[in-house]
Design a protein around this ligand. Structure first.
Ligand code: AMP
Ligand code: GLY
Length: 430
């Protein structure tokens, strides 16, 4: 099969690595890809948001399957455009991608179909929003309705902060059009995990769990980022909790989307808050998580191409037994540019790669990397490398990942030193 993977981050490097290992993968293209992806795919210089360009390329090359990594092209309707030209696509159409693209849509769906989530209101008017904030009290959560690169959520401890956040979003100064409507939500206190399932428009297939570390600093402090590290499976997960998440959240959502006339195809990524043992949906994403995808791909034992093709063609029921996971834990440490998630210097040289490659169960996935004129590897984005290791315990996976991190020579980069800390504490307590 000829496969086109869309995207250029660490998630796409992990997907490219797993897809390229399939015996059915004859040619793997990646648009636009990154220097790490070059080892397993042919890069194509077309931007992930260039819907027309990607459709034309896929048609021209006779691509059998397009796998869409990031959310932006999903929300723009890339999957719909590819369907129109008769190409199988893994990823939802624009209507179904509203589960991620509009927090208001997601919350209304939960309300209509009794899916457990935090109490909320939707607002476009500042006065009404302010009255709701005063009425509800703090802490309270203010969210931009649209996509804001993972930064559109503000947890407010004081009323002034909440009123200011609502004002900044509704005026357009914080997130432009994405904040023209906001969701104001009850604050839920608990521990979070991510749960992933596939859907093919009819059926669903559970995947596995992970836990992300969104804050930039050790001990979960500082501003939110796209994710500074992740491990899989999540330590909180057990069969009872998994059943609850599937039966109360995932399955009702798949059925609701069918009933609403926009069946979901692709990966459904649920951000779930566990409050006293009970799961509440915090958010949906319509794609694999980044960096969660990196440890997940290290644990996946089935053939990713078979799995995604079945998802794209309504045949998930046929491959149910093929999706198995290593019982080991995989842990990914993100190395980011100093300054991220704010401004940072680009073009700084990263060395020491030769010392970490080649080990079993260890991968350095590229995200925001590029080559300079001398052919050296440099940073080109905020999150730059995902150093990912397998271990028989979380402690071992963590040790192996940080041993590799410490061999990479990049003075202008940084990472959190505590990825997996919650799991480690519970492993020690057990
Ligand atoms: P989201 O982009 O919706 O995942 O939100 C980013 C982060 O904000 C989540 O991962 C949570 O840690 C936090 N968050 C979002 N909504 C709530 C809520 N209702 N209660 C507590 N924390 C929340
Ligand atoms: N790691 C969070 C996300 O992919 O949205």
């Amino acid at each position: 099969m000829k496969v086109l993977l869309v995207g250029s981050g660490g998630r796409e490097h992990a997907l490219a690595w797993a897809l390229s290992r399939s015996s059915k993968c004859e040619t793997l293209y990646c648009a636009p890809g990154n220097p790490g992806i070059e080892a397993c795919a042919q890069r194509v210089p077309i931007a992930a948001e260039d819907v027309q360009g990607l459709c034309a390329f896929a048609k021209d090359k006779g691509v059998d399957l397009v796998v869409i990594g990031p959310e932006a092209p999903l929300v723009l309707g890339l999957a719909d455009a590819l369907h129109e030209v008769g190409i199988a696509v893994f990823g939802p159409g624009a209507q179904a991608a509203r589960l991620e693209g509009s927090k208001g849509f997601m919350k209304d769906l939960c309300a209509k179909y009794a899916i457990p989530t935090a109490a909320y209101g939707r607002f476009t008017d500042l006065e009404q929003a302010s009255a709701f904030i005063r009425d509800q009290g703090v802490p309270i959560v203010i969210k931009a309705d649209g996509l804001a690169a993972g930064k559109g959520v503000i947890i407010c401890e004081t009323e002034e902060e909440a009123l200011q956040a609502a004002k900044n979003m509704l005026s357009g100064s914080a997130f432009g059009d994405a904040g023209a409507e906001i969701v104001i939500e009850e604050f839920l206190s608990g521990e979070e995990l991510s749960y992933f399932a596939l859907a093919d428009g009819k059926a669903m297939l559970p995947l596995t769990s992970a836990q992300d570390h969104k804050r930039v600093g050790d001990g979960d402090t500082g501003p939110n980022t796209g994710g500074m590290g992740a491990y899989s499976p999540a330590h909180l997960m057990d069969p009872v909790l998994e059943e609850k998440i599937i039966h109360r959240i995932i399955e009702p959502t798949i059925k609701a989307m069918i009933a609403e006339g926009c069946p979901f195809t692709g990966v459904l990524y649920a951000g779930v808050m566990i409050v006293e043992g009970e799961p509440f949906l915090i958010e949906y994403n319509a794609r694999f998580g980044d960096p969660e995808c990196q440890p997940m791909m290290m644990r996946l034992q089935g053939d990713l191409l078979d799995i995604l093709y079945a998802g794209a063609t309504g045949k998930l029921a046929e491959i149910r037994g093929q999706v198995t996971w290593s019982p080991q834990t995989a842990l990914c440490v993100v190395m980011a540019s100093k300054g991220y998630p704010n401004t940072y210097k680009k073009g700084t040289v990263i060395r020491g790669f030769d010392k970490v490659s080649g080990a079993d169960g260890l991968m350095v996935f590229h995200a925001g990397t590029a080559k300079n004129d001398q052919g050296e590897l440099v940073n080109a984005g905020g999150r730059v490398l995902g150093v990912t290791a397998l271990g028989s315990t979380i402690a071992e996976a963590q040790r192996r990942a940080y041993e590799a991190v410490d061999k990479i020579v990049w003075p202008e980069g940084f990472c959190r030193r505590d990825i997996g800390w919650r799991a480690l504490e519970s492993e020690k307590a057990a």
